[in-house]
Design a protein around this ligand. Structure first.
Ligand code: PLP
Length: 397
């Protein structure tokens, strides 16, 4: 008789976004005339930039000619894209070998799949609140999870605690859902902790492109010694609008060894066995992101979202509401006005301002009483939403 992986029974129903949709749809049905603005989604709205579209067309043409047609490609990615990625890291002062870079269909897949190369006995440290994928993928494997409290007193940037030991440590900076971003000194503390305890940091840099200040790190490898203790995950999803096109990359340095083995070799074996690689067409599109025009165009989109973030944070500033994020992230995380609970505020925002956001408690216990808005909407909708927010929750509201 076949048996199930009973760990799946321990995963909490992911009801957050379905409950958000249910409540918003119910409100729409009861108030058909209401112009509801959605600032809850974590998906981009701006289309792929022209340089990427051009590369896609040209790669499709390549597939139509015998001379340029591509069949199975290297599972770990084509050399042309890995070279572009290597050059991109070099701009941040990080020297990588091309074989330390693995191209994939996105950060979510790799964040889950990387666990294949780690023992199920490892203890995992995740911050709370957290991107739910870190938690669920470890529950699927039956690993023990310990939580680290991110809260207002540490600006939602928890630092290592020598009393809490862990083998695998998740760090997401700039963070989803809080938008908080670690500085060099703080990341240096994490690297020191990981090296001392022989832990491995799983560093999620999916939002690195939103970092506005050059003094803040965009890669963990900007910190000395990180190559010996960290794997980095990154994505074209939010950087270049690839959420539907699908491409990401993971860096596993040669210097990273545990139990006397190079993790790079294990990951290569895992990927060449279980992963088919990303299509040639998509990799060509991803490489176009690093051309001069590509870079200019994707930053136009990123800056567009950043202007929305500023519209949101300016409003919160005026209302005197505590928040983090926004400056180096598309996410703005704030304390619900009038000490409301997350879902209570969700309902109040929907009914008083016709705006949909995401209740913080959907990301963990510490999200209770907090709320997340995203900047992935249009200027017009963001401005209108924040005008209504201010009217509803300002002093005169
Ligand atoms: N990591 C974080 C923190 C995210 O918020 C997301 C997507 O929202 C991802 C990873 C997933 O990225 P990808 O689309 O590349 O799978």
């Amino acid at each position: 008789m076949a048996h199930i992986n009973a760990n799946y029974l321990n995963i909490k129903e992911s009801y957050l976004f379905s409950e958000v949709a249910n409540r918003a749809n119910k409100y729409k049905a009861e108030n058909p005339g209401a112009d509801v603005i959605r600032l809850g989604i974590g998906d981009v709205t701006r289309p792929l930039c022209p340089a990427v579209i051009e590369a896609l067309h040209s790669a499709v043409n390549d597939m139509s000619e015998t001379e340029t047609f591509k069949g199975y490609g290297p599972e770990q990615g084509y050399g042309f894209l890995k070279e572009s990625l290597r050059a991109y890291y070099a701009e941040k002062g990080v020297e990588l070998d091309i074989d330390e870079i693995f191209v994939s269909d996105g950060a979510k897949s790799d964040l889950g799949n990387i666990l294949d190369i780690f023992s199920k006995d490892n203890v995992v440290l995740v911050p709370d609140p957290v991107y739910p994928v870190y938690v669920d993928t470890n529950i699927m494997d039956g690993r023990k999870i310990v939580y680290l409290s991110a809260n207002e007193s540490n600006n939602f940037l928890p630092l290592p605690d020598e009393n809490i030991k862990a083998d695998l440590i998740y760090i997401c900076s700039p963070n989803n859902p809080t938008g908080a971003c670690y500085n060099r000194e703080q990341l240096t503390q994490w690297v020191a902790y990981a090296r001392k305890n022989n832990s491995v940091i799983l560093y999620d840099a999916a939002y690195e492109c939103f970092v506005s200040d050059d003094s803040l790190p965009r890669s963990i490898y900007e910190i000395e010694g990180a190559k010996e203790c960290a794997i980095e995950f990154c994505s074209f999803s939010k950087t270049a609008g690839f959420t539907g096109t699908r491409c990401g990359y993971t860096v596993v340095p040669f210097a990273l060894e545990r139990d006397g083995h190079k993790l790079n070799k294990f990951w290569l074996r895992r990927q060449t066995t279980k992963f088919n690689g990303v299509s040639y067409i998509v990799q060509k599109a991803a490489a176009a992101v690093f051309t001069e025009e590509g870079k200019k165009q994707i930053y136009e989109n990123i800056n567009y979202y950043k202007e929305n973030a500023k519209t949101i944070t300016d409003t919160l500033d005026r209302l005197g509401i505590w928040y983090c994020g926004g400056k180096h992230s598309p996410y703005i995380w704030f304390r619900c006005p009038d000490n409301m609970g997350s879902w209570e505020f969700f309902d109040a925002l929907l009914s008083k301002a016709n705006v949909v956001g995401t209740p913080g408690e959907g990301f963990g216990e510490n999200g209770k009483g907090y709320f997340r808005l995203t900047s992935f909407s249009t200027h017009e909708n963001t401005k209108e939403a924040m005008k209504r927010f201010e009217k509803a929750f300002g002093n005169n509201g």
